[in-house]
Design a protein around this ligand. Structure first.
Ligand code: NAP
Length: 309
């Protein structure tokens, strides 16, 4: 027998947890399935300063623990280590296949977030867990007192480079251009930090080492000259790829894989909504994920009520 819910949320980040909170308060029978543990991408962020309500800033973990506690306080069931690998439709219901079972639902909210992009350079896979990381918050402590490189020039790279700079001896920020795309306030902090050095116009080519990482080979995009930066760790922050493959047959996606919705977070399939970082939109932040979660939940609530008649 397959359990049936009125609403099923895929993903327990800020968007999914907000949607769960709203749906439970609306009296909709809801299940949230999360691939690992609830919290999503902010769990990898040391300090969050641009989510309103916390004038001193708050750690990503504490903020997301609060999101989870609030949703659970309204009775939201959160199924952990429950990964969706496919969805289908039968008799007007969605069928959701997970690694640990199958559920049906009247409507779905896809809030499955995104994964760090891999650069695919030699050494990146070989040294995974031996000096290569995609999460400074998780792994920074292993590099206390050592030199590391951060690849990328966006908000993630600079924010995480700043957090690493408080732990390690030196952070080389390796960027393929000669200016950053990160927010100005982050740029100013980074340029003024005594333990940060910028390597401009540098294309990462290879991670080298023996048992563990010992260097990052970069190529100057202007001269073509190659040079090895001696580091014990390399942190990659070259963007994110949305987790939307499992839903591809039911939604329109842009060339990168982001789900195209209308302003009610509705996809081209009735009853199927998308929220958070998986959505094609102008700004991906916790605040916009929260907004999406609320909008998708209210849209789904109306859909469920209309079906009931
Ligand atoms: P991003 O903004 O897409 O930046 C990716 C960075 O990696 C860019 O600097 C890019 O260089 C570089 N890059 C991409 N492909 C590369 C390649 N093949 N080789 C070398 N470098 C490469 O990604 P993000 O920083 O992870 O941010 C993702 C989203 O989350 C953004 O919307 C961001 O604003 C948001 N975010 C916000 C906060 C915050 O508000 N505090 C924190 C983190 C993330 P180019 O600049 O040359 O393209």
């Amino acid at each position: 027998m397959t359990d049936h819910y009125e609403a099923l949320i895929i993903g327990g980040g800020p968007a999914g947890l907000t949607a769960g909170l709203y749906l439970m308060r609306a009296g909709i029978n809801t299940l949230l399935c999360e691939k690992v543990l609830p919290g999503g991408a902010p769990l990898n962020t040391e300090r969050i300063e641009n989510y309103p309500g916390f004038p001193e800033g708050i750690s990503g973990r504490e903020l997301m623990d609060r999101f989870t506690a609030q949703a659970k306080a309204f009775g939201l069931p959160v199924r952990e280590f429950s990964e969706v690998f496919g969805i289908g439709q039968e008799e007007g219901r969605f069928v959701v296949s997970l690694n640990d079972g199958e559920f049906t639902a009247d409507g779905l909210i896809v809030a499955s977030g995104s994964e760090p992009v891999k650069l695919g350079i030699p050494g990146e896979t070989e040294f995974a867990g031996r000096g290569i990381s995609y999460c400074a918050t998780c792994d920074g402590m292993f590099f206390r007192g050592l030199d590391v490189a951060v690849i990328g020039g966006g908000d993630s790279a600079i924010e995480e480079a700043l957090s690493l700079a408080n732990i390690v001896n030196k952070v080389y920020v390796v960027h393929r251009r000669d200016s950053l795309r990160a927010q100005k306030i982050l740029q100013e902090r980074a340029f003024n930090h005594p333990r940060m050095e910028f390597v401009w116009n540098a294309r990462p080519v290879e991670v080298t080492g023996g048992r563990e990482v010992e260097g990052l080979v970069v190529e100057d995009t202007v001269t073509g000259r190659r040079n090895t930066i001696a580091v014990s760790g390399v942190f990659f922050y070259v963007g994110y790829q949305p987790n939307t493959a499992f839903v591809a047959g039911y939604v329109d996606r842009d060339p990168t894989g982001y789900i195209i919705t209308d302003d009610r977070c509705a996809t081209r399939t009735p009853g199927l909504y998308a929220a958070g970082d998986v959505r094609k939109k102008a700004l991906r932040q916790i605040s916009t994920a929260v907004g999406d979660g609320a909008v998708a939940a209210v849209s789904l609530e109306r859909y469920v009520l209309e079906r009931k008649g």
